[in-house]
Write a protein that binds this ligand. Structure first.
Ligand SMILES: [Zn+2]
Length: 247
């Protein structure tokens, strides 16, 4: 009898994806898991491979999340983007170009957050927990809610200097918090059409909260390089899925 061959690459890929979905997909509540395994598999198969293509800014193409924190000795060279807000000096210019291009189209993008140190990250988290407690939540509920919306130190893309939060210039006149109403603005529409040309993706899409572990954040843009930003936008997938099949 012929010896049975090992698993085919396709089978290994399918198994890897299955395990990944099990781990990430069901780690958080599964009340409305956005996409069937089958749908996801088809989407992933349609992503063109980067093989043989020139990929820019590969240094920026990596995952930062609860499962993939930055090392605690992480350091980064910074450069200004807008006002006092800074990003990694290697991508700050891309953000400045994006802001300028939007302005040329008559759209003012206002940066409200960019690089944050891990210490600042902890402060933000603590402050938010305090605010929730003042609203009447008990300590453990306040912490649980806050940690769903604000990453722990070293687990935020802001700590890497790769993420920028963008709102409208008059946002705080009509809002006291950042909300997904931002996706109703011309700033969002412009970013949706153009951010990828400058290497940025909307990192936490709607319907993939169970995958990213982060709420829908139409204001949060993450630098991954122009090549991958285009491919990721085209795929419609969150970076977690895309990255697993494209590296
Ligand atoms: Zn952000």
């Amino acid at each position: 009898m012929k010896q049975k061959a090992g698993m085919s690459p396709a089978a290994i890929m399918a198994l890897t994806m299955f395990m990944y979905i099990l781990f990430i997909g069901f780690r958080h509540t599964t009340a409305h898991f956005p996409s069937s395994t089958e749908k996801l598999r088809m989407a992933q198969e349609s992503i063109p491979s980067a093989e043989g293509q020139r990929v820019d800014n590969l240094w920026a193409y990596y995952l930062i999340n609860a499962e993939n924190p930055l090392s605690t000795d992480f350091t980064v060279g910074l450069d200004y983007v807008q006002g006092s807000f800074m990003l990694d000096e290697r991508c700050a210019g891309y953000a400045r170009d994006m802001i300028e291009a939007a302005r040329a189209d008559g759209v003012e993008l206002t940066v409200v957050s960019a690089y944050r140190s891990a210490l600042k990250q902890q402060e933000n988290l603590d402050n938010y927990i305090e605010r929730l407690k003042q609203k009447g939540y008990n300590s453990s509920d306040a912490r649980r809610i806050a940690e769903k919306e604000i990453a722990l130190p070293y687990m935020s893309e802001h700590n890497a200097g790769l993420a920028v939060d963008i709102l409208t210039p008059d946002w705080w006149e009509t809002h006291d918090d950042v909300t997904d109403e931002f996706d109703q603005t011309e700033q969002f529409r412009w970013l949706d059409e153009n951010a990828h040309k400058y290497g940025f993706i909307m990192r936490y899409p709607k319907e993939y909260e169970n995958v990213t572990g982060i709420i829908y954040e139409p204001w949060h843009y993450r630098f991954v390089g122009v090549y991958y930003a285009g491919k990721i936008k085209e795929s419609g997938l969150p970076l977690e899925y895309f990255y697993k099949t494209n590296f």
